[in-house]
Design a protein around this ligand. Structure first.
Ligand SMILES: C[S@@+](CC[C@H](N)C(=O)[O-])C[C@H]1O[C@@H](n2cnc3c(N)ncnc32)[C@H](O)[C@@H]1O
Length: 463
């Protein structure tokens, strides 16, 4: 494809010409952002810590993202993904403009929420944290490989109210008509806002791809619409600039469903309205949507639209999942609980073969769906004993367990643990919650002075 140099990047000539035509005298400001480095952000995890504590704890220089109370910019020279606090789920590394989307959906504790295109979980982790682990969030990802990363991020963040599925939007639409209070469609898109971060997105770009994405997005939105409750709220977002995937997508969607009201998103901190002149009908209300432009704020770029279903919806008539755990399995678990924990898990328990899960509130029956995680993975019943899962460790607080081993974040012992090595302690206390500066990292089992390492093999750091 014909390309032209812009800043340090080579961009498709057709994309440059299109943006020049769309942005006119704003285009030079837009293109000048390609001379600047990408913007880096992370979001702290309010399920595990609070803002003040977080700021005194982390060793990176941070400055606040103005449109996300949990978001911070960090300097490109830092490597927060390699710090033990990342393994402990104290933050999620996320492009800053992406942080605005969950703020717009703003779910409340106890609601029923769907994140339809969820991997790798940036928005799911933010939504679930806003829900304070109460209610239900169905986090779905269509691609089997990407759903694994989603599930791991949910685990790392200590999220206990997520049903993680690996389904198509149409399959979910059949299961959940009229079921959700709030739905996020963070759509697969042509990724024009990712060009500074991701060379693949540049290579993949063509006008034909923009149009393919638009037709996929429309299908996903139709599925999402059918899953909304009466009064339910749907947020649609992309990380691309093309009007076909943004203003024109929402314009056509609103033309199809006359019971959808477009809600206004507050335009503060450099956030701009959607462009009326880029719709096909000059739709004035499109200015209620939001555009985050790299030349107007510190972020790579996003589009966000928020809609409410004002008409009636068929009442969901599915059933809720029933606890299925055997008495023997429950006994094995309770014995572990008495030995190792100071709390009792009170959620309904569900067994997938030997694996035990504590279900989210009001969990719908998921028979026939590809479920990757149902709430909190508590552990596995083995012969006469119970082995706690890593997810349980990351969802606990040190005061929830009888014994813990606290390691300092700068210590060699901490990195030994993350590499999967044993640690000598000289004691014999059984299951230990291993923590870094008081935040859970995983399990260890202390026998005859040695802590056997239960940090999952797939997560271990290589020396
Ligand atoms: C923009 S990404 C989601 C990012 C995610 N929400 C986050 O914040 O981390 C879009 C996701 O949609 C998925 N996807 C691709 N095709 C899809 C389809 N036809 N239906 C639903 N999801 C699809 C992609 O695999 C990708 O994970």
């Amino acid at each position: 494809m014909d390309q032209k140099g812009v800043g340090s990047l080579k961009l498709p000539s057709e994309f440059i010409a299109k943006m020049e035509r769309l942005l006119q005298n704003e285009a030079s400001r837009f293109f000048s952002t390609y001379d600047e480095g990408k913007v880096n952000g992370l979001r702290f995890n309010p399920l595990k810590t609070d803002r003040e504590t977080f700021l005194t704890l982390v060793p990176f220089a941070l400055s606040p993202v103005p449109f996300c109370p949990t978001g911070f910019y960090y300097d490109g020279g830092e490597q927060p993904g390699k710090h033990p606090y990342h393994a402990a789920g104290l933050y999620y590394i996320q492009e800053p403009s992406a942080m605005f989307v969950a703020e717009v959906l703003a779910p409340n504790p106890g609601e029923t929420v769907l994140d339809l295109c969820a991997a790798p979980g940036g928005k799911t982790t933010q939504l679930a944290a806003m829900m304070k682990n109460q209610g239900l969030i169905v986090a779905n990802e269509i691609h089997p490989k990407r759903v694994k990363a989603l599930s791991e991020n949910i685990e790392r963040f200590g999220i206990t109210n997520a049903l993680v599925t690996n389904e198509t939007p149409e399959k979910l639409a059949k299961y959940f008509p009229g079921f959700f209070d709030k739905i996020l469609v963070d759509a697969p898109c042509s990724g024009e806002g990712m060009f500074r971060k991701d060379e693949e997105a540049v290579r993949f770009w063509s006008q034909a791809h923009v149009e393919q994405c638009a037709s996929k997005q429309r299908h996903i939105l139709d599925c999402a619409y059918s899953m909304l409750k009466e009064g339910g709220v749907l947020v649609y977002s992309t990380c691309t600039f093309s009007p076909e995937e943004n203003e024109q997508m929402i314009e056509a969607f609103l033309q199809t469903y006359d019971d959808l009201e477009l809600l206004s998103i507050e335009k503060v901190h450099g956030i701009q309205p959607g462009r009326r002149e880029w719709t096909n009908t000059g739709l004035e209300e499109i200015e209620r949507t939001a555009r985050l432009w790299p030349h107007c704020l510190k972020g790579e770029g996003h589009f966000v639209a928020k809609m409410k279903k004002t008409g009636s919806a068929p009442a969901w008539n599915g059933s809720y999942v029933k606890p299925n755990i055997s008495k023997q399995m429950l006994r094995t678990y309770r014995q572990f609980e008495q030995e190792a924990l100071q709390i009792e898990l009170e959620k309904p328990m569900y067994a997938f073969q030997h694996h035990l899960f504590a279900l989210p509130d009001h969990c719908p029956s998921f028979n026939g769906l590809k479920v990757v995680r149902a709430g909190l993975h508590v552990g596995e019943a083995k012969k006469q004993r119970f082995e706690p899962n890593h997810a349980l460790a990351l969802a606990l607080k040190p005061q929830d367990v009888r014994c813990s081993l606290d390691l300092s974040s700068g210590s060699s012992e901490c990195f030994k643990y993350l590499r999967g090595e044993t640690i000598e302690t000289g004691e014999d206390r059984g299951w230990l919650l291993v923590t870094v500066d008081g935040y859970p990292l995983g399990w260890g089992k202390e026998v005859k002075g040695i802590v056997k390492n239960f940090y999952p093999k797939g997560l271990r750091v290589h020396a």
